[in-house]
Design a protein around this ligand. Structure first.
Ligand code: SF4
Ligand code: SF4
Length: 392
């Protein structure tokens, strides 16, 4: 079977909308361009299909992987004789239990996909420790059981901008294998983009998904991964190397691949060669959306040494630059999701509304990501705005 991270070929296939037949044809063509599904899985194997689930949202909001894409991949695996389980842990602010999984699957259309394709949804909420002694920043992970029990993992991710990691596609998707309420521990431990990116690479190298499919038919721009807006890109991407697939995606949305820290870390570790990526299928330039809206936290595409030094100094000596989360009282319904997720316990509920202690806040933006009411806004202080203008 194809090991992860060794093949820099990325299939790029036009798919203009989510009409099931069109998606099915595009996904089949993408996998065929890579050599066919038999290159990645064998009949009889059990496969974990790993989409973006978060808390489950209406597919049209583009927070989660579109169900037509999940269904297309599931069908191909079933036809090949694989046993398919779709699973992910719920987003970090949500307790990872059967009731919440049921709600999330149903909301984003995965329940209907399972019924239609004769596949299974995971309800096992246990996790196990997986040792990874060769990891750069993590020597072991706590991983949801279905990912450990599966013979193979196939990732079906959504193309989105990301407030903290700039972009989420193939590599970052695997963070969902960490059980829901354990995710804040990782945010607490890896408080900067760079080390978090290294952890994501360790996780991918530990779990070695065999195949990556990215739903970039309609992606999310702006303040992703939860509060951005849908933006058509019109393409399905597929490959085996998470870093190569993410590199192609980054270019499509107007970013430098090496400004994505997981991609940069994979390149620095020699896990892929950014100059050796080869695309097959349609011409990527046809799908480039150069004005794809970046997150409000975005610090620009240049990864030049001076910019890095300035940013490192700014970030080290104060939280001046990074946008601050603030609660919009009129939108807050007091659900406590943000309070549960905050890795440094900076959020408390006062008189039924969330309140943030900014002196404790580490600017991880998990609260912003998790608030389904859009009640957490991000804004820069005046000095921060001036710095942003200087650096931007
Ligand atoms: S800010 Fe959002 S997540 Fe936090 S309590 Fe209010 S509604 Fe819930
Ligand atoms: S309050 Fe700050 S530290 Fe807590 S979740 Fe929000 S951004 Fe992260």
């Amino acid at each position: 079977m194809q090991p992860a991270g060794q093949d820099a070929v990325v299939a790029v296939v036009r798919c203009d909308d989510y009409t099931p037949d069109r998606v099915d044809a595009a996904v089949r063509r993408a996998i065929d361009l890579l050599g066919g599904i038999g290159r990645f899985v064998t009949p009889g194997e059990s496969v974990l299909l790993k989409p973006n689930l978060l808390q489950g949202q209406d597919p049209e909001r583009c927070v989660t992987t579109h169900p037509t894409v999940v269904a297309a991949v599931a069908r191909i695996l079933v036809e090949h004789g694989c046993r398919v389980v779709t699973g992910d842990s719920t987003g970090a602010g949500i307790v990872y239990n059967e009731a919440n999984l049921q709600r999330a699957y149903s909301r984003c259309g995965f329940t209907a996909v399972a019924e239609e394709t004769g596949t299974t949804l995971n309800y096992d909420t246990s996790s196990q420790i997986v040792a990874f002694p060769e990891g750069e920043v993590m020597k072991q992970f706590s991983i949801i059981t279905p990912a450990i029990e599966a013979d193979a993992i196939v990732v079906v991710s959504k193309a989105k901008t990301h407030m903290w990691m700039r972009m989420t596609g193939a590599a970052k998707n695997l963070f969902g294998l960490i059980p829901g309420l354990e995710k804040p521990v990782y945010h607490f431990r890896f408080q900067d983009e760079r080390t978090f990116g290294k952890m994501i690479v360790d996780l991918n190298e530990c779990m070695k998904p065999r195949l990556q499919i990215v739903d970039a038919v309609v992606g999310m721009e702006g303040d992703g991964p939860q509060a951005g807006s849908p933006r058509p890109i019109g393409v399905i991407l597929a490959g085996t190397s998470y870093a190569a697939v993410d590199s192609v995606l980054a270019r499509l949305i107007g970013m430098d691949p090496l400004e994505i820290e997981s991609t940069r870390s994979a390149a620095e570790r020699g896990l892929f060669n950014p100059t050796a990526i080869r695309t097959v299928g349609d011409e990527p330039a046809e799908f480039t959306v150069s004005d794809f809206k970046k997150p409000s936290t975005y610090t620009g595409g240049s990864v030049g040494i001076w910019r890095r030094i300035v940013l490192a100094v700014v970030q080290r000596f104060g939280r001046t630059y990074a946008p601050r989360p603030g609660v919009i009282d009129s939108s807050c319904i007091g659900c406590r999701k943000c309070e549960r997720i905050c890795p440094v316990h900076a959020i408390t509920l006062i008189e039924g509304r969330a309140t943030i202690d900014l002196s404790r806040c580490i600017r991880c933006y998990c609260c912003h990501e998790m608030c389904t009411e859009h009640a957490i806004a991000l804004s820069r202080s005046l000095p921060g705005r001036l710095l942003a203008r200087l650096l931007g």
